[in-house]
Design a protein around this ligand. Structure first.
Ligand code: BDR
Ligand code: CA
Length: 323
């Protein structure tokens, strides 16, 4: 909710995606959010698969009316590189769900983003949980939208360790140029990176309860969580499931659940082993580079450094199991 008690207008840009689906289930069910549109981009799977998965999730969640648009089919420079080994052949866990009955909007993602952002009576919070291609295209095509964007809370990047490469997180690695455009958008940005993303897990007992639910949306959340085993350094519970991208949406509803610091962030665009790395400057004072060559224009981002795991787990469960 906003301070005046009205729901926060949000748009999710996603590559559904097992954990993007968890994010959508949460967003459509939280009363503090007004989900105005969903835009789709190639990432975890091809963009047509992302559109299909997104429409399916909305139908299962009982929220079929939200507009969904198809966006970029590949990154700006890089070729497409899917994550089917993580998200299954259909990109959403191969759960055998029925094909959606509806079709996407008859406008492309950039057009829908522009339309919904400018039409919103209050500034919109954008929540990208995918490679940032659509967002970069939007910012370059219609820069006037920034006037009605409250904040961009994106899942991507990492302060410490990557997943696509030792240093690069998948969403940024997939389209580094697009991420660089996002970081220089000139609007407030929160980076919900891998450092916090991987830590929020639902205990196995709750995953089992959701899977046994008679309500399709809650049951789907259980099935999706069962497809997202937690890393061994996070929990030893073999049935626990990570909420992943949904944590970025939790951070919009409940910003106090994350600890952030405003820090300079840059994306490495160089070819080679650092490409796609988010370089987060946590030095307490300027270094030799700044002393010798002068400070460069720092793009400051609210970087999530810590997360209240119990708080977000509880928030996720009470919201998704609400129906
Ligand atoms: C990100 O990449 C995708 O696999 C997930 O959906 C998430 O958005 C994590 O690196
Ligand atoms: Ca994603």
């Amino acid at each position: 909710m906003t301070l005046d008690g009205r729901p926060i207008p949000v748009i999710i840009d996603c590559d559904t995606g097992v954990d993007d689906a968890l994010a959508l289930l949460f967003a459509v069910r939280h009363p503090g959010l007004d989900l105005r549109a969903i835009t789709c981009v190639a990432g975890n799977t091809d963009v047509d698969g992302v559109v299909r998965n997104t429409l399916t999730v909305l139908e299962q969640a009982g929220a079929p009316e939200i507009p969904v648009a198809r966006g970029a089919g590949r990154p700006l420079i890089e070729p497409s590189r899917s994550a089917r080994h993580v998200h299954g052949d259909d990109g959403m866990g191969d759960l055998g769900l029925p094909a959606p009955r509806r079709t996407p909007a008859d406008v492309d993602a950039v057009t829908l983003l522009r339309r919904e952002i400018l039409a919103s009576p209050r500034p919109v919070t954008l929540i990208p949980t995918a490679p940032l291609t659509n967002i970069a295209l939007l910012l370059r095509t219609h820069p006037e939208v920034t006037g009605n964007i409250e904040r961009i809370v994106f899942m991507g990047g990492a302060v410490a360790c990557g997943n696509a490469t030792p240093v690069a997180e998948f969403n940024v690695w997939h389209d580094p140029e697009a991420a660089a455009i996002l970081l220089t958008a000139g609007v407030p940005i929160t980076m919900y990176g891998l450092d916090v993303f991987q830590r929020v897990v639902v205990p196995g007992a709750d995953v089992r309860r959701l899977r046994a639910s008679a309500e399709p949306g809650a049951r789907l959340a259980g099935e999706l969580l069962a497809h997202r085993p937690a890393a061994p350094d996070v929990t030893t519970d073999p049935e626990a499931g990570g909420i992943g991208d949904a944590g970025a949406v939790c951070a919009v509803v409940d910003p106090a659940g994350i600890t952030t610091r405003l820090l300079p962030v840059e994306v490495s665009l160089a070819p080679g082993p650092t490409r796609g790395q988010t370089i987060v400057d946590r030095r307490p004072r300027p270094g030799e580079a700044e002393l010798h060559s002068g400070a460069r224009d720092p793009h400051l981002v609210d970087v999530a450094l810590d997360v209240d795991v119990a708080r977000f787990t509880e928030l996720y469960l009470t919201t998704v199991d609400r129906a």
